[in-house]
Design a protein around this ligand. Sequence first.
Ligand code: NAD
Length: 460
Amino acid sequence: MLNKKIHGLLNKTPETDQDQSSRVNGMSRRKFITAAGAALVLPAFVPDYALGLDGKVAPSNKITLGIIGCGNMGTANTQAFLNESDCQVVAACDVDKDHLTSLVNIINENYGNHDCKAYHDFRELLARKDIDAVMIALPDHWHALAAVEAARQKKDIYGEKPLAHTVAEQQAIVHAVHKHNRIWQTGSWQRSVKSFHKAAEIVRNGLIGIIQRVEVGLPRGYNNAEVSEKDHMLPTEPPSELDYDFWVGPAQKIPYISARLHRHWRWNYDFGGGQLMDWSGHHVDIAHWGCDFDNSGPSEVEGHGEFPPKGGVWDAAKVYRIELKYPRGIDMTIAGGYPDIKSGTKWIGTEGWVHVDRGSFNASNVEWRRWKQMPEELRKVKLYESDNHHANFLACVKSREPTITPVDTAHHSTIPGHLGLISMLVGRKLKWDVKSETILDDKEASQLLTRKFRSPWRLV
Ligand SMILES: NC(=O)c1ccc[n+]([C@@H]2O[C@H](COP(=O)([O-])OP(=O)(O)OC[C@H]3O[C@@H](n4cnc5c(N)ncnc54)[C@H](O)[C@@H]3O)[C@@H](O)[C@H]2O)c1
């Protein structure tokens, strides 16, 4: 199997200008840290708070956290971690100096110090032995390289959805996390929200009868309001604050156009997977939870997409519809841009239905709508409970118990989206073998389970 062959990361990238600028008195930062660490001596005076005597968590007991990716979600996740008293954000990394500086300032202002170290190269951050865990919020084409290296460096990982850019890259992450025995939390935070939990529990406890059909509604098009001006659509020189070559990393190097960079990389298949892959880790994830498919998947997948004209800035499907066949005779539709499929997740059973989305819950039974949570006596199946996704990760780092969205769950939640996209691209129905994780009898489609990395980046 692919995931048996893929293990570890080969780092062959030549030192960049920024690596050189990070040298301190001729020593690389990594060596400098080691040297400084070796020289560490115990202070003569230890304040009470350091011993935890004032009710605060002693610094020595805090989980030290590194941030990789300081854009939109990296900033949101960091702010959530800054609210948790049992972790300390000690490092941040980005290849865009403006994003990096902005987040480092937020972190330092929060702690009232200047201790958060800034990195250009995530491998330097990951090499630090004093960092326990990392939060990775990079564009999808970077997820596998960063996560596999993080696992290899024995970090626990809060990693963003979708798990990775291809099924093979996801398998590499799953393999590395298990091999190195790491705790993994996915940014599929809807599982830590009460309405989604209640909906999935109602379905899992059979209140809607036997599940017959699931409808998953995702957004259509692109969220591109702020890049609609013409001059953002033309190739230009990358701005001086950005290391564009490092940003592109393992993807094919296409000309820099600001409208497909920060946040908008998702609309280009070199870097992301359109709205389909941006949202599969949310509403398909919830659909799987309700159906008990966290370690399962579809056997047949047929997708149709409407793509923009070739040669444009973006190439992701703007409208798409995927029909899937699952175990127990369950049919699923995942769609973006089809009014008959409502945004969110809807399970339809022989005795009723439940629909849940952000900020809304509806069901065939009015009583279910009134419940804050399922009544205790009906909860034969009790789903994992968490009311704070980031705190759940930190608690699991300490307990070494699985999080609410572990790596295998994230893998299975996004496989339907990946297969749907492949089906759309080859233009035919696919047969999927869940156990071996292979597409049956279709060489061309199977090749799209993976992609070539741009040299020198590779997963080995
Ligand atoms: N869980 C959620 O609700 C949610 C919401 C939005 C985004 N996301 C996910 O978060 C991830 C990031 O999305 P975003 O919207 O924050 O994108 P973004 O473009 O705003 O941020 C990505 C950041 O990564 C940086 N970067 C790129 N390559 C890098 C590298 N090699 N090393 C260091 N930094 C690098 C970029 O410069 C940028 O600052 C995606 O996987 C996305 O799907 C999750």
